[in-house]
Design a protein around this ligand. Structure first.
Ligand code: ADP
Ligand code: MG
Length: 381
């Protein structure tokens, strides 16, 4: 970025984006025919927050975004934007900017005309339009590209044009529906940082949709996980990863091994395959007789078979190495327990890593600290 771009970015950004407004979603439901797509969705989003809707394909993310934008009318419920009831407002009165996966730009027109489009609809004067387009292009680091045609730009540049067009009229809310899914991995990761930076500069409330859990963990202030038309958990990225409230979240966010356990005496006595487990109290959300032990691959230490139970603060599981993969920076091992359950283990691939010297077929012990032993309600499958 040049110095003048930086200057524009900092001096103009606040007036361009204004500050974000709150969004209140109350009991929003929507069915298509007899099929419910959104089921009593409730969610409050704070002014200026970066909130991500994360869920598999078909879980209702786009529909919810379209309800907020005003393109889909829900069957029930209310929507407040900046504490004003918005359900009857047409899209252009909601002051919402949008970016989609497919850029939806005019390919035969130049960058300037694409970014200026929302201003021409709003009948903004020419001089003011030129000024605002210049600011918006600086925001997305495309100063000097105004005369380029869209079909002369790379995928990443096109997505930046789409972003500039979404913010050029100073919306209070920015909605983004899988904006990076058409880009390759490296570019996607660069754009994730860039979008976060633009969000910080402009301060508008951002609702971001993705099915990529890693992207959600990287970018968000909070994540709302969706499954089949409901929000199953809303939390910060670290809380969501650390303490999933159910099996769906445990499996969808991050890598995991889930072991069925039996729980008696209101959660104080948890056992797996006849062995009593040590679990930190704060790692038990909801004591339930049907629960699952969540093991993250980076929490397990692997050792040549030791006897005993691993000390007072550590759980110890006996097993056999059934798979070993070298992945450059990491070793990925699969260890099969006596009962047939597979546990994934990740180790940094240092010279000293225990997994380095282990071969498939060797008997090992897996060590898991009580602080890293997490109990998730529901036995599931
Ligand atoms: P996501 O964005 O999470 O992939 P969508 O909101 O696009 O999910 O879709 C949720 C469900 O609603 C899907 O089963 C989809 O087929 C259905 N759906 C979405 N839009 C329509 C529509 N206009 N008519 C009928 N069914 C729809
Ligand atoms: Mg979608």
């Amino acid at each position: 970025m040049t110095d003048s771009e930086k200057e524009i970015r900092h001096s103009e950004s606040r007036s361009l984006g204004a500050n974000g407004v709150s969004v209140g979603i109350n009991n929003i439901s929507k069915s298509y025919g007899k099929i419910p797509v959104l089921k009593s969705i409730r969610l409050n989003i704070a002014p200026g927050e970066f909130l991500t809707m994360l869920g598999p394909s078909g879980s209702g993310k786009t529909t919810l975004l379209m309800v907020i934008a005003g393109f889909v009318r829900p069957d029930n419920g209310s929507l407040e934007i900046g504490n004003v009831e918005a359900i009857r407002l047409p899209p252009h009165k909601r002051n919402v900017g949008m970016v989609f996966q497919s850029y939806a730009l005019f390919p035969h027109m130049d960058v300037f005309s694409n970014v200026a489009f929302p201003l021409s609809i709003r009948r903004v004067a020419n001089e003011e339009t030129r000024r605002r387009v210049e600011v918006a292009l600086a925001q997305v680091r495309l100063s000097g590209y105004a005369q380029r045609r869209i079909d002369q730009l790379s995928g990443g540049q096109r997505q930046r044009v789409a972003l500039a067009r979404a913010v050029v009229f100073g919306p209070r809310i920015l909605l983004m529906d899988e904006p990076l899914s058409a880009l390759d991995k490296k570019l996607r990761e660069e754009m994730q940082i860039e979008i976060r930076q633009i969000h910080q500069d402009l301060g508008m409330t951002t609702i971001y949709v993705t099915h990529d859990q890693r992207e959600a963990l990287t970018m968000s202030d909070r994540i709302a996980v969706m499954d089949q038309g409901t929000i199953v958990q809303v939390d910060t990225p670290s809380a969501l990863y650390r303490m999933p409230q159910n099996r769906f979240v445990a499996e969808f966010v991050g890598e995991s091994t889930l072991l069925p356990v039996s729980v008696c005496q209101r959660g104080s006595d948890v056992s797996f395959a006849g062995q009593r487990l040590k679990i930190a109290k704060h790692n038990i959300t909801k004591p339930s007789p049907h629960s699952t032990l969540l093991i993250r691959p980076e929490h397990v230490r692997i050792a040549r078979r030791v006897t005993g139970e691993g000390g007072t603060d550590t759980n110890c599981f006996a097993g056999t190495v059934s798979h070993k993969l070298f992945q450059g920076d990491q070793l990925l091992l699969r260890v099969t327990l006596a009962g047939g359950q597979d546990v994934l283990v990740r180790e940094a691939a240092t010279h000293a890593a225990a997994g380095n010297s282990l071969e498939v077929g060797e008997k090992v012990s897996l060590l898991l600290d009580r602080e890293d032993s997490i109990l998730v309600p529901g036995s599931g499958l």
